[in-house]
Write a protein that binds this ligand. Structure first.
Ligand SMILES: NC(=O)c1ccc[n+]([C@@H]2O[C@H](COP(=O)([O-])OP(=O)(O)OC[C@H]3O[C@@H](n4cnc5c(N)ncnc54)[C@H](OP(=O)(O)O)[C@@H]3O)[C@@H](O)[C@H]2O)c1
Length: 236
């Protein structure tokens, strides 16, 4: 019997990832929702009512390749992951010279290495099915220079470069690579003083999630490979 198809979303305990899990589940997709905090993902189910069974939470720290592999082997016994959404991420909002080595390492390990580890994990099964979608939640920092986000910019620009090369390598295997570049969105990634000042002009995670679901569900020869999303009043 063929396994049920599922969408794996990383970083679903809050913000954009949480909104993505809800949007995809509401639209009938089975969502494998991962982050380090499983109980926060569990909360999503209360928002979903009858669709709550569509979300399956797993605890996973994407900095650890071995854990990703064990998680994926377990999930693959029941599901075939036809879409990976690399969403987990963090920033520091400080000048480069104030970032500690630990902060730098953490940002690169989650935003860049973790995302690449997840891609590497899902690709063999996508190859064998000759089908798949990889969606990367990147950032407007790939389009414009922002101070106080040097390591974050390095991580997002790194993943953008990686995924643009990957896209050309996997097109002939019917795998879509979609890069989403959001501008300021109202989530807890931002420090409180910025949220207090600017949250009224930020996009919401729900608005981002709707666009991502639209480009995911565009099942035709047309692929929205790159999409830049900004609040109407522009960057902060
Ligand atoms: N908000 C914006 O303005 C904005 C703009 C452009 C791009 N983005 C991108 O959107 C994505 C989501 O961010 P957000 O704004 O929604 O922030 P958020 O609310 O802080 O969510 C970040 C998510 O990443 C997860 N995460 C952090 N470290 C992790 C790790 N080691 N392993 C697994 N998961 C980890 C967190 O879960 P746990 O802590 O439970 O693990 C959390 O669910 C990020 O990639 C961010 O760069 C955000």
């Amino acid at each position: 019997m063929e396994h049920k198809k599922a969408v794996w979303i990383t970083g679903t305990s809050s913000g954009i990832g949480r909104a993505l899990a809800i949007e995809f589940a509401k639209n009938g997709e089975t969502v494998i929702a991962t982050s380090r905090n499983k109980s926060l993902i569990q909360n999503i189910k209360t928002d979903l009512g009858s669709k709550s069974k569509n979300v399956i939470p797993y605890e996973l720290d994407i900095r650890d390749y071995n854990s990703i592999w064990s998680f994926f082997s377990e999930v693959s016994k029941s599901f075939s992951i036809n879409c990976l959404i690399n969403n987990a991420g963090l920033s520091s909002f400080k000048p480069s010279y104030e970032d500690s080595v630990e902060e730098i390492k953490n940002i690169i390990e989650v935003n860049l290495l973790g995302a690449i580890y997840c891609i590497k994990t899902v690709l063999p099964s996508m190859f064998s099915r000759n089908d798949g979608t990889i969606i990367n939640i990147l950032s407007v920092v790939t389009q414009k220079l922002f101070t106080n986000s040097s390591t974050y910019s390095a991580s997002k620009n790194g993943l953008m470069a990686y995924s643009k090369v990957l896209r050309e390598e996997v097109r002939n295997k019917n795998i879509r690579v979609l890069n989403v570049y959001p501008g300021a969105t109202k989530t807890s990634i931002w420090p409180n003083h910025i949220l207090e000042k600017y949250s009224h002009r930020m996009m919401t995670p729900e608005e981002i999630a709707k666009v991502v679901f639209q480009i995911y569900s565009q099942k035709s020869n047309v692929v929205t490979e790159e999409i830049l999303l900004r609040p109407i009043q522009g960057d902060l």
